[in-house]
Design a protein around this ligand. Structure first.
Ligand code: ZN
Ligand code: ZN
Length: 159
């Protein structure tokens, strides 16, 4: 068994999942998922019962339908879960510390798929440039995002 860890951008919420209980990694194009994550589609990894442990903080839940809720960090707003009532939460794929370990194997909600999504892979590509320069800042970029691993203390004490 491997423990798959992850959390929100600010680090207030952290989770650990049992890799032996992975259900399916998928990308959903339905309109509710688009709105819930503010994106063209939403990646979720489903799990069998007992797989997901919340190791720091507590997610907030928005009841998005009579059948399901969406979990998110109340501090930084990162979307974290899709949860059918009484079922194990599905976890947002990008919230894992190592998203590459859980590649999607299915697209669902394809009735809501936006017409340009299939073309994204063919768009021109560039790497992240000098963000500070683009923002007109004399200071270099300093990320406040939680690192991609568990930490004993967070936020770090100010030096
Ligand atoms: Zn957060
Ligand atoms: Zn959906």
């Amino acid at each position: 068994m491997t423990i798959l860890t992850g959390g929100c951008q600010c680090g207030a919420i952290r989770f650990a999942c049992d890799s032996d209980k992975v259900g399916q990694s998928s990308v959903c194009h339905c309109r509710m998922c688009q709105k819930a994550v503010g994106n063209y589609s939403a990646p979720y990894v489903s799990f069998r019962p007992g797989a997901v442990t919340w190791t720091r903080g507590a997610r907030k839940l928005y009841r998005s339908s009579n059948l399901a809720s969406r979990g998110f960090c109340g501090d930084c707003g990162t979307p974290l879960t899709f949860e059918f009532e009484g079922c194990e939460p599905s976890i947002a794929g990008g919230a894992f510390d190592d998203p590459a370990a859980l590649p999607p194997t299915l697209q669902c909600g394809v009735e809501g798929m936006l017409p340009f999504v299939d073309g994204i892979a063919a768009l021109p590509r560039e790497e992240t440039g000098d963000v500070a320069a683009e923002a007109g800042s004399a200071e270099p970029l300093r990320s406040y995002q939680h690192p991609d691993h568990d930490t004993a203390v967070w936020p770090l004490p100010k030096a």
